[in-house]
Ligand binder design. Structure first.
Ligand SMILES: Nc1nc2c(ncn2[C@@H]2O[C@H](COP(=O)(O)OP(=O)(O)OP(=O)(O)O)[C@@H](O)[C@H]2O)c(=O)[nH]1
Ligand SMILES: [Mg+2]
Length: 659
């Protein structure tokens, strides 16, 4: 949560505000418009101006609104402090006025944009825009007071001390002039003013110090007088706010010497009247200026009163110090800090949700929460885990591994050395397989199912048997065994024969396919014409199918000539033969775009009439494109009829209107 507001952007006055916005509109938008332009363009030009101005206004107003703290979002302490210092109502009204103005400006913009849609001339558009901007400026002028007030608040907010309401805090309070600032000065490096008159300190001051590696903040408050809350001024109310909202250790300072100008009984009365604010807090009554007067020096009545004060308020301690001799200063500081730490730790432990533990004496609060989430596993009742010492160690027969001993245990390392040493020997992992029969460990196919594995179903001679069968079949075929029986075959035989044929065909197919797969594998095949065709062959082919070939042949010839100007024009098209590819090919265009497709004579010269017509048509098709690419707004061009020097600067009749 934010505790300081040092980074709020400055709030301009209303006049500055208007200037900023209007000059931004002027700078950011185009400024040139002529009566001769299309009306839609003129309307667009002014609409944009109105919209842009309104947007800038609302953007800037929004920035101001967001820069200031929202009272409902900040800590109650800061909220109350802002209330006492700047008056929450005033603050809210100022921000509210700003947000209303923002809304009004948006409405104005909307209305005038709507009107601008129906404007008929440059003059009308311009008048509408002036009216719109004028109304926005008027709204802004009415923000004069809120803007001034907010700027003052901003400057003051920036100077407020950064008080963190949640950290370890020592709050020093008491009557004016009792030595509060002197104490803050002696325990921290804060530079507070110490003067021998009342109300030296007029606002909250913060100092920081470390104790037991923890950061503490000490807050010096302005002195308080003993009168009802309603009569307290802004200075005193700051102290009250701090006492009421900060979770802290309260150090109530008292001056028994009465050098401060207030009687001891008045100081005790003040303690009693602000006592309700001390609820749930650590409270210490600190007697300052012990170098002048100690509690023992008081008359008996007052001593008794002081004692009563302590007994009435059970959790209140009495401490003594003197800022002048710095006697007891460190002790007071240390006592308070120790108590504060202990208090905060206790509060933290109590803070959890498990306030109703199942066990009567189980810890509550956060500690209970934590313990509820932890499970400590313990051995089951009765089972004892003891240390295990091997027998060999116990009876002394255990021998340490010794490489030179011939009777030593054989290690994998020995096996490695016997079988060629490191790099040659490969660890045999199969020998440790845990199988029903250890002999199976080195089987090639060790997987078993129902006592058998795949190997049991393989006939090792299957290939030879098949070959023998096929040979016999061929022999029978050759001897004409099947021919003979053809005449007297019955239905069964015919079926068998048909099946045999099918099988044979299928086998051949599979074999061929496998062969093809092998040769095609991992090769990119680019189909190419194996043979080059000659132009003559093509001509012959065309005539054979009854097509007129002369034009095609002419073009092909012309192309061949174009491709290889140096080479003798052959009538081979051999575009795809390896030799043709190897030859370097000229990068000159193969065809003339102007004449391409116009139809040429055998000599390659185009009909001039056709060519002229083509040129005309291409020009015509280009016309639209030329028109579109002509000079436009983007081209900074001053027309001759309205030169710049006639438009700008002062005239005899007042200034030229630019906005
Ligand atoms: N003799 C004596 N004088 C002290 C002691 N501590 C502070 N003073 C004097 O008391 C006067 C007031 O001290 P401050 O620290 O300004 O008192 P304060 O409570 O901050 O006063 P306000 O800011 O006006 O509320 C100064 O003149 C100090 O010199 C002390 O221990 N002994
Ligand atoms: Mg002071």
């Amino acid at each position: 949560m934010k505790t300081t507001w040092k980074d709020i952007a400055p709030v301009p006055t209303s006049q500055e505000f208007i200037d900023i916005v209007l000059s931004r509109t002027q700078r950011r938008l185009p400024t040139q418009i002529r009566a001769g332009f299309k009306i839609s363009r003129i309307r667009g030009f002014y609409t944009r101006k109105v919209k842009f101005t309104a947007e800038t206004f609302s953007e800037k107003l929004q920035a101001i609104l967001e820069g200031f703290p929202r009272l409902q979002d900040i800590h109650p302490f800061h909220k109350d402090l802002l209330n006492t210092l700047y008056d929450a109502d005033h603050f809210k009204i100022a921000l509210g006025t700003l947000s209303t103005a923002k809304r009004l400006i948006e409405t104005v913009s909307r209305d005038y944009v709507r009107l601008l849609k129906y404007a008929q001339s440059l003059f009308q558009c311009k008048s509408l825009k002036r009216a719109a901007l004028g109304r926005m400026a008027t709204i802004c002028k009415r923000l004069k007071d809120p803007l001034v007030y907010l700027e003052q608040v901003r400057q003051h907010l920036g100077r407020l001390p950064s008080i963190d309401p949640n950290t370890r805090t020592l709050l020093i309070c008491g009557y004016p002039n009792v030595g509060k600032s002197s104490f803050l000065k002696s325990i921290t490096r804060a530079d507070v003013d110490v003067q021998p008159y009342a109300f030296t300190t007029k606002s909250l001051f913060v100092g920081h110090f470390d104790y037991k590696y923890l950061r503490f903040q000490a807050i010096d408050t302005p002195g308080i007088l003993d009168h009802p809350l309603e009569e307290m001024n802004t200075i005193e109310m700051q102290s009250i706010t701090a006492i009421a909202h900060l979770r802290s250790a309260i150090l109530y300072f008292m001056d028994l010497s009465e050098q401060c100008g207030y009687s001891v009984s008045a100081q005790m009365a003040l303690f009693n009247s602000i006592k309700p604010l001390f609820a749930n807090k650590l409270v210490f009554i600190v007697i300052n200026k012990t170098d002048v007067t100690k509690p023992e020096d008081l008359d008996l009545d007052q001593q008794q009163e002081l004692k009563d004060l302590l007994t009435q308020n059970s959790n209140t301690e009495l401490l003594q110090l003197s800022c002048v001799t710095s006697e007891g200063v460190q002790e007071v500081k240390n006592t308070v800090c120790d108590r504060l730490i202990a208090d905060r730790v206790a509060a933290k432990l109590k803070a959890g949700q498990a306030s109703q533990p199942s066990d009567a004496d189980a810890p509550t609060g956060r500690l209970g929460d934590l313990l509820a989430r932890i499970h400590v596993a313990r051995p089951l009742a009765g089972s004892v885990s003891e240390t295990y010492i091997p027998e060999a160690v116990k009876n002394g027969t255990y021998k340490k591994y010794d490489k030179s001993d011939p009777e030593r245990r054989r290690l994998e390392r020995d096996v490695e050395e016997e079988n060629g040493g490191a790099g040659v020997y490969n660890v045999d992992l199969k020998k440790i397989y845990d199988l029903a029969d250890p002999d199976w460990a080195h089987d090639k196919i060790p997987e078993f199912f129902n006592g058998k594995n795949v190997a049991d179903y393989v006939d090792p001679d299957i290939e030879e048997k098949l070959a023998a069968l096929e040979a016999e079949e061929e022999r029978l075929d050759a001897e004409g065994f099947y021919d003979e029986s053809e005449s007297m075959e019955d239905e069964d035989d015919a079926e068998i024969r048909m099946k045999a044929d099918l099988i044979r065909n299928k086998t051949t197919l599979i074999r061929n396919e496998a062969r093809m797969k092998k040769s095609l594998k991992n090769k990119a095949h680019i189909p190419r014409a194996k043979k080059s065709r000659t132009l003559g062959q093509m001509e012959k082919h065309f005539t054979s199918i009854g097509l007129e070939s002369s034009a095609t042949v002419d073009r092909a010839r012309a192309q061949i000539r174009n491709v290889r100007p140096g080479s003798t024009a052959g009538d081979e098209m051999d575009i795809d033969t390896p030799s043709a590819r190897a030859r370097s090919v000229s990068r000159a265009p193969r065809t003339n775009r102007l004449t391409d497709g116009l139809g040429s004579s055998a000599t390659g010269i185009t009909d001039p009439v056709k060519r002229e017509k083509a040129a005309r048509m291409s020009k015509l098709s280009q016309r639209k494109m030329n028109r579109m690419a002509r000079q436009g707004e983007a081209d900074r061009h001053e027309t001759a009829s309205l030169p710049a020097h006639l438009l700008k600067g002062k005239r005899s009749m007042g200034s030229a209107r630019s906005r």
